[in-house]
Design a protein around this ligand. Structure first.
Ligand SMILES: N[C@@H](CCC(=O)N[C@@H](CS)C(=O)NCC(=O)O)C(=O)O
Length: 230
């Protein structure tokens, strides 16, 4: 679909930006990617998201839409001719939104320190434990939502798949950093298969960053967060 009035402000390494990219890919929407420079914020970003000043921002017909999950929902509602992203049943939709909120509000804040390499000792152990407990809950959610199919969304990638799957690159980097698997066969067997399917999907493959590239970027971030404040 020729949609030159669609722009995405983002950065290749941001899991939140990847959410928007996957949703656009699912709907076959072409767009202009406006890459932010690491460490600074463009005038367009500040104008488009003055409240949070964060990426991603989707600009559609010159109007900005902020917050990745809201962007994914917007894309689903505007481009209805493509495959649907949110479940059609209101209850299933509510459940998918509940778990997406859990991922962003509870799970992600408890693990972000790990990816940034900011935690040591007991704090690090506690974050690893929280991340693992979160995955066990998400495994249970997967079993219920997928009803024996390959994705949270059933036969194909849906809202909750995008909400969690966008973190898979960073999860792999974190696993390397801490020297253990957090999505593992023993505790989360269904999520192991789901993660493989998700990353191999055509809507995801092209936008999911390479692990080696992310590792390099993670080292940069870690150096930045460990540096004493000026
Ligand atoms: N809740 C936001 C989170 C977005 C977010 O944290 N973006 C990061 C990049 S991964 C960002 O822009 N950080 C810049 C900053 O915090 O100033 C969403 O879902 O869009």
């Amino acid at each position: 679909m020729a949609t030159s009035d669609v722009k995405l402000i983002g950065s290749w390494a941001s899991p939140f930006v990847i959410r928007a990219m996957i949703a656009l890919k699912i709907k076959s929407i072409s767009y202009e990617f406006l890459q932010e420079t690491f460490g600074s914020k463009s005038k367009l970003l500040l104008q488009s998201n003055p409240i949070h000043k964060k990426i991603p921002v989707l600009i559609h017909a010159e109007k900005p839409i902020c917050e990745s999950l809201i962007i994914v929902q917007y894309i689903d509602e505007v481009w209805t001719s493509g495959p649907t992203i949110l479940p059609s049943d209101p209850y299933d939709r509510a459940i998918a939104r509940f778990w997406a909120a859990y991922i962003d509000d509870k799970w992600f804040p408890s693990v972000i320190g790990l990816a940034r390499g900011q935690l040591e000792g007991e704090a690090k152990e506690a974050a690893i434990e929280q991340m693992s407990v979160g995955f066990v809950l998400l495994e249970e959610a997967f079993v219920k939502c997928s009803e024996g199919k390959g994705y949270f969304g059933g036969e194909k990638i849906g809202y909750l798949d995008i909400a969690l799957g966008c973190f898979l690159g960073w999860i792999r980097v974190t696993e390397k950093m801490i020297g253990m698997k957090v999505i593992d066969e023993a505790k989360t067997p269904c999520l192991v298969g789901w993660a493989e399917r998700f990353c191999a999907d055509s809507a995801v493959k092209e936008v999911m960053p390479e692990i080696e590239k992310l590792e390099e970027f993670a080292k940069l971030l870690q150096a930045m967060y460990r540096a004493p404040p000026k």
